[in-house]
Design a protein around this ligand. Structure first.
Ligand code: ZN
Length: 231
């Protein structure tokens, strides 16, 4: 291989390493994840819900409640990219507390940081348009595009491989470590990855291959969230 090829590979490797948090071995699949459960395997939806309730989580924005708008819940259509919403949006005016650029985003429960985009670069309006055009042509949004549209992100892994994603962040907390406790600040509300002028948090709960709320009605989702996040 030519020298330029090796340099390219080296640069990409460094970029990849830079995107990972620096403390601890975040890729270690044997790591203990609380509750003395070490093995990650796909569970039933009901089992995931039971574990979630047992985590006694808090919502990621202090003092907030789940959005009052069904368009900001999982399963809401997202026509601009031929897809559906896979998480919960926390916008100012819908969640009971002031939400603006810089509002702290909290870990909902103890967990390990498996992703923190500390060196995030915005893709720009041109590239964004191109990706959305491609999604329209395909009739669905490819996972790589979805990831870009989520902007700057932090992902936490909890018991049994339950993962929470905190997206569109304006920044990542400097205090962030691999092990985080419930209520620790992970980052700050922003609009990264979006074309919107209104900053908000996009928050997802991943249960194995699915997301919390998949296939459920808005009423079912709200009731479930009330049960999981009861105060
Ligand atoms: Zn969203």
């Amino acid at each position: 291989m030519k020298m330029s090829g090796w340099i390219t590979i080296f640069c990409f490797s460094m970029l990849f390493l830079n995107c990972r948090v620096e403390e601890g071995n975040v890729n270690d699949t044997d790591m203990k994840l609380g509750d003395n459960i070490e093995v990650k395997k796909e569970l039933s939806y009901d089992d995931y819900i039971k574990i979630l309730k047992g985590m006694k989580p808090i919502l990621p924005i202090k003092g907030s409640h789940i959005t009052t708008s069904t368009g900001q819940l999982p399963n809401a259509p997202r026509k601009y990219r031929y897809g559906i919403h896979e998480g919960f949006d926390f916008y100012d005016g819908f969640c009971g507390v002031k939400i603006e650029k810089g509002t702290p985003v909290l870990a909902i429960s103890n967990g390990k940081v498996i992703r923190a985009d500390t060196n995030y670069k915005e893709i720009g309006a041109g590239k964004r348009k191109e990706l959305l055009k491609e999604a329209r042509q395909l009739g669905y949004t490819p996972e790589t595009t979805l990831d870009i549209l989520r902007g700057r992100q932090v992902w936490l892994e909890h018991s049994n491989g339950i993962i929470t994603r905190y997206c569109h962040l304006s920044g990542i907390s400097k205090e962030i470590k691999v092990d985080v406790q419930k209520g620790n600040i992970l980052g700050f509300v922003g609009g990264s990855g979006t074309s919107s002028k209104t900053p908000h948090l996009h928050f997802e709960i991943r249960l194995g291959k699915d997301f919390l709320g998949k296939g459920k009605s808005p009423e079912e989702i709200k009731q479930l969230m009330d049960e999981i996040f009861k105060k």
